[in-house]
Design a protein. Structure first.
Length: 137
């Protein structure tokens, strides 16, 4: 593939989540990716706190991308979570909200194997959590 597709085209294709999911083609997450993600969230937090003094910034973090569903995090996932917490971001892990562990597969909370978006069951549990843990705290 590398030999027939120009480098600049490969660069753009690397940004396509759809292509990555269909072809299972994915470059490794690197330090720059992690730092950029943490920086974007931290900057968003700062901007919102400046616009709305006294607000509490919370992040729902979809931590279901470990290489094998239900198993330990990929090291990059743990780095992201710890990096966000180090910036003072209150992080709520979806795995905790949905009580997903080795016994409970993520697929129970997805639309389908091919569509990883949350299903109605997941959305209901997330909504209940938000009300109980964040809105009425």
């Amino acid at each position: 593939f590398k030999s027939i597709v120009p480098k600049n085209v490969r660069y753009q294709l690397n940004k396509s989540l759809i292509l990555k999911k269909i072809v299972r083609w994915q470059r490794s997450t690197n330090r720059d990716d992690i730092d950029l993600f943490i920086g974007v969230v931290d900057r968003s937090k700062g901007l919102l706190e400046n616009l709305y003094p006294g607000i509490k910034f919370h992040l729902l973090f979809w931590d279901d991308d470990s290489p094998q569903l239900g198993e330990q995090y990929a090291p990059e996932m743990e780095e992201i979570i710890q990096g966000l917490k180090g910036k003072g971001v209150t992080v709520h892990l979806i795995s905790d909200i949905l009580s997903v562990d080795v016994e409970k597969k993520w697929l129970d909370y997805r639309i389908s194997y091919f569509d990883g978006h949350p299903n109605a069951k997941a959305n209901e549990l997330i909504a209940e959590y938000l009300v109980k843990e964040i809105i009425i705290e």
